[in-house]
Each structure stands twice: as C-alpha cells, then as structure tokens.
Unconditional design. Sequence first.
Length: 238
Amino acid sequence: MTTVTVNQVISARSSVAAFEPGLLRGTPDRDRTPGAGEQAGLVHLTNREDLFLEGDEASHVYEVTDGVVCLYRIMPDGNRHILTFRFPGDIVGLCSPATYGYNAQAVGDARVRRISRSGLERMIDERADFARKMLRMAAAELNAMRDHLTCLASKSAEAKVADFLLMLAERSRTRPPGAVVVNLPMTRTDIGDYLGLTIETVSRTISKMRRSGIIDLPRTTQVVVRSRDRLAEMAGTA
C-alpha cells in the first residue's frame, strides 16, 4: 500500500483550488438599487432554503460569503444526489447555460452575493484580469467534479468519508500544525447523498475513525481532525 502524506494531497488539490473570497464584491450590477451599497447584492438564506431550482433561468451568478450551499439534483427514482458543497469564496452558477442544471440549497444559515449574468459578462469584457480569474474558477470547478467522480467510482466507503473530511479540513480558515477543528453543518444524510453511501455506512465509518483516534466528535456538528496524515493515507487508498 502506498502511503500518501497530507502535504501531497493538499498540494495536489491546491493546484486547482481557485476560490477567491470577495471576488464579486464591488462588481457593478445594474440590478442593484442606486445608493444601496454592497448590501444590495447580498441574499440571506435560512437553513434548507433554496437559492434556485433546477430549470430556473440562469440569470444570476452567486458567490458564497458565509455558510455552506449544496448543489443537488433529484433523480428519476426520487432519491437526492448532492453534486457538491460550496463554501465561502466559491461561485455558484458560473458554468450554467441558459437554465440552472441543479438545485442550490443552504445547509444551515448562509449568505451569498448576487450579480446578474449580464453584469458578470460586462466585467469579463472590460477587465482581462477578472476574466482570467473566472476562467481559473471554472477550471477548478471542472477539476473538482472530475476528482469527485473518480472518488465515487473507485474508492471504498472509508476512503470516501476520509476524502470528504480532509476536504473540509483543507477548507478550514485556520490550519494549525496540530488538530484541526472543522464545522460540520451537513447531516449524515447529506454526506451520504454526496458520497453515494447510506446514512448507516457514514455513521459507522465516522465512529470507526473516532475509535481509531483519527478524529474526535465533540458534537454532531463538529469534527476535530487529530491526524491529518492518517486521514490523508486513508483517503488515498482506493
């Protein structure tokens, strides 16, 4: 078995991570009320409130400023599949054509910054640096989706959960050398719908990690990653 260090995993992901908090702040938008300032473009969402639904006109692009937003689809059999989670600094709706191809819903209270697609296109036309940033973010989104599909297709249940927790640890705003405290607003059902696992498998795997000393669970909405190296090794095991 090949040992994968946490630095190798973080380095590989950082090469495609292009989220830039505040990227859309101050972007001119004719949809805003004159004199309303930055708050005019902000949308506040309560827990499980939909930002938009699949099939809605893709008239706006959103930047997550606080909280977490999940993108999901309802399958023909009625089951939900979560495509991804969006965190502060991430863009929602960037790669959508005329209509949104998925639903977007707040996981816990969240806040997003809204800009019309026409306003975004004007910025891309007028500012080459902004256009390059958007291109990097679109590329990062596609790479992340490719990596997730690979995870779903080839990894064991333990590796999937480890990969998910490692991703959350990497997105944590503080990265101390020791344990990392990660907020977990997602339910076990959310995690299962994202990883293609049952809620029982998710709960059993997380409990096993806790017994092994890799993580701790001070509460259901928080995970303490005690060994990122061991978590990374587990995530890299197909």
